[in-house]
Design a protein around this ligand. Structure first.
Ligand SMILES: Nc1ncnc2c1ncn2[C@@H]1O[C@H](COP(=O)(O)OP(=O)(O)O)[C@@H](O)[C@H]1O
Ligand SMILES: [Mg+2]
Length: 236
């Protein structure tokens, strides 16, 4: 199986400027390899750096040292050294991101939010609309809501719109930060189906899932976060 993400010796220490520049080491020489078609689940206690690692894989956080090699089309790009334009390209075409929260944009209807990433790739509008409708239906978002802006939706409805948006492009890599956090069992199962289908078409997935049942269904491998030396004593 081909590799799509290769993380090497990643380290990250947050410096808390409002607390006497306290140093909080979060990642210490973390390494991780993800193949196409597999889902690697990050595991560890709250505060162990799961979201920090995931955000680094989306270039939201810049690590202090190490490399994040991403397979982008037919080349390898190190996100740690990538130019902003390359990062934009990678986010548009190679890496999809689904967080726990939807960033609702006032007055933009749910279906438009879902379609946007596919429209941005130049796919004709009717095809984008069909795909968005299929995803919203699969995720049980009532048709009566599609033309409304999600600002007033319930947490679970917003999250399902968010998931539809994250899955509308067949990204080669998907990063999922607790996508099922506020969903009931039936809707979690619908998300598990999307993840399974993404793996089957060859996507490499890195995810965080609190729900043990979901984790067991999607994980091919568990990556246990290892605490930096002395991290637990850093507050004293
Ligand atoms: N932007 C940030 N600035 C400062 N500290 C942060 C930031 N993001 C996360 N942290 C700290 O880093 C540690 C790891 O956080 P996080 O990666 O969110 O853990 P997890 O997702 O495993 O719960 C926590 O102690 C958290 O407070
Ligand atoms: Mg987290």
């Amino acid at each position: 199986m081909r590799i799509c993400i290769q993380v090497e010796n990643l380290s990250k220490t947050f410096v808390l400027h409002h607390q006497n520049s306290m140093h909080l080491p979060v990642l210490d020489n973390a390494s991780l390899r993800v193949h196409r078609g597999e889902c690697v689940v990050l595991h560890g206690h709250s505060g162990s750096g799961k979201s920090t690692l995931l955000r680094s894989l989306y270039a939201n956080y810049l690590p202090d040292s190490g490399h994040i090699h991403i397979r982008h089309h037919d080349q390898w790009i190190d996100l740690v050294a990538a130019a902003p334009r390359q990062i934009i390209d990678i986010r548009r075409q190679t890496i999809g991101w689904v967080s726990q929260f939807l960033r609702a944009i006032p007055r933009v209807p749910a279906i438009e939010l879902v379609m946007q990433p596919l429209l941005d790739l130049g796919v004709p509008r009717p095809e984008c609309a069909d795909r968005a409708a299929a995803l919203l239906t699969h995720l049980n978002v009532p048709r009566s809501l599609w033309k409304l802006a999600p600002a007033t939706f319930s947490g679970g409805e917003q999250q399902r719109v968010n998931i539809a948006r994250g899955f509308i492009v067949d990204y080669p890599i998907l990063l999922l930060d607790e996508p099922t956090a506020s969903l009931d069992a039936a809707n979690s199962a619908a998300v598990v189906e999307l993840i399974t289908a993404a793996k089957a078409r060859g996507a490499g997935i890195v995810g965080i899932f609190h729900d043990a049942a979901v984790r067991e269904q999607v994980a091919d491998r568990i990556h246990t976060m290892s605490p930096p030396p002395g991290a637990a004593h850093d507050n004293h």
